[in-house]
Design a protein around this ligand. Structure first.
Ligand code: PMT
Length: 391
């Protein structure tokens, strides 16, 4: 699976460094060329000899160990297809976020302009430190993918969030990142995500359980496939592309309309409210003596249908959230809305759909063809959807 791929692994000084030995073996077994760069502190936890034997490559720690005319921090950055830093300490993350290049690993990171994945591991108080979180947010907004640490028993004796995520998760994330084609280069992809919020009064609103994760995963996958991306969302995300924050269905429609003409793909993963309250109350509504309260609702515009009705060259993909008769309802919906593809998911299941990290979907097209994608992390499903609609 990884034949011919060049993976650069940066190891920093944390107890989880020993776990990376297993990961290097797995990369090697699957055909990758692995280059390891360790910080001096990493070698307090794992030996250079071990890393060298497993990677079958010389392990570098110091700068200025120059054997040919090109300095290592540039040549290693150039030769790698991907850079993985695991475990990454708060110290190294913060240095990379601020452009500090004071050892070989941070110098390479500073010169690296391809896909970077960071798997942090540290004490939970360090993880929760606002300065560390701010640096992580900054790197995320620049396109670095973070594999969040897990909660549990930490080597320092604390129980909390800070344990390196599983080796399997790191492995599959690297494989996933190396799998992207560049099919969307030169294309503009507009994605919607999150549940719209329809205000009742200054205090209350109508919404739904959408976390925005599915749409965010699609936007990230489109970016990885080379597209210019616009994410229109009701949630807060950091990413290296344009994000337009919206609230209601009407806001979302206005934001899409601004991007519509110049876009090549519109992917509507947002859960848009079908109705909004007819009369928004400027003041907080008071409790009355009546046992019942009737809110009058009016229909929101069907954004997806409106786009399909006026489309010229755009490929339009809708989503379909159903709690019963998934495929029958989806078939009716694609006919009614007129979109090119409809991605149907069962939102009655707790392990997929709303809020979960995984999804399982069926993709319908206009001709009636249905393709099922097995349960997988949303980022995998996102890539598969984009690959499929570009076959
Ligand atoms: O955000 P997550 O927690 O990751 O969850 C993902 C998800 C379950 C929200 C997502 O996978 C999903 O199914 N999104 C569509 C939800 C939805 O509103 O489905 P629907 O069947 O009601 O609507 C069909 C399509 O019409 C959708 O593309 C929707 O965006 C669109 N629509 C709906 C109503 C409306 N007034 N205007 C619309 O454009």
């Amino acid at each position: 699976m990884l034949n011919g791929k060049n993976i650069l692994i940066g190891i920093t000084g944390g107890i989880a460094a020993y776990k990376i030995c297993e990961l290097i073996r797995k990369f090697k077994k699957n055909g990758a060329n692995v280059r390891v760069v360790a910080t001096p502190n990493a070698l307090n936890f794992v030996t250079k000899l071990t890393l060298q034997n497993l990677s079958q490559n010389e392990v570098y720690v110091e700068e200025f160990n120059v054997k040919d005319w090109r300095p290592e921090h540039i040549s290693f950055a150039d030769e790698a297809d991907i850079m993985l830093i695991a475990p990454a300490t708060a110290n190294t993350i913060s240095k990379i976020a601020t452009g500090v290049a004071d050892n070989l690993l941070t110098s390479i990171a500073c010169a690296f302009n391809k896909k970077m994945i960071i798997a942090p591991a540290m004490n939970c108080n360090m993880w929760n430190n606002p300065v560390v979180q701010e640096n992580i947010s900054k790197l995320r907004s620049l396109g670095v993918e973070f594999l969040e640490p897990e909660s549990g028993f930490l080597a320092c004796g604390y129980i909390g969030k800070g344990r390196l995520c599983s080796i399997d998760k790191i492995y599959s994330s690297v494989v996933e990142a190396l799998n992207y084609s560049k099919k969307l280069e030169g294309k503009k992809v507009v994605v919607t995500s999150g549940g719209t919020i329809e205000d009742i009064d200054p205090v209350r609103y109508i919404s739904n359980y959408s976390s925005g994760k599915m749409g965010f995963a699609i936007a990230n996958a489109a970016k990885n496939m080379g597209a210019e991306v616009v994410l229109i969302t009701t949630k807060n995300f950091e990413a290296p592309y344009k994000i337009v924050k919206v609230k209601s269905a009407i806001d979302m429609q206005n934001a899409i309309d601004k991007e519509f003409e110049t876009s090549d793909y519109i992917i509507m993963a947002a859960a848009v409210a079908d109705y909004r309250v007819k009369n928004y109350s400027q003041q907080k509504m008071k409790k009355t003596n009546d046992d019942n309260l009737v809110l009058e609702l009016v229909k929101n515009p069907d954004i997806l249908k409106g786009l399909c009705d006026k489309k010229t060259h755009q490929i339009i993909v809708g989503f379909c959230a159903e709690s019963e008769n998934l495929l029958n309802n989806a078939k009716e919906k694609i006919a009614k809305k007129g979109c090119d593809y409809l991605v149907a998911n069962d939102i009655s299941r707790a392990d997929i759909g709303f809020s979960s990290d995984d999804n399982e979907v069926s993709i319908l097209d206009k001709s009636g063809k249905i393709v099922k994608l097995d349960k997988a992390p949303k980022k995998v499903i996102a890539r598969q959807i984009l690959e499929y609609i570009n076959e």
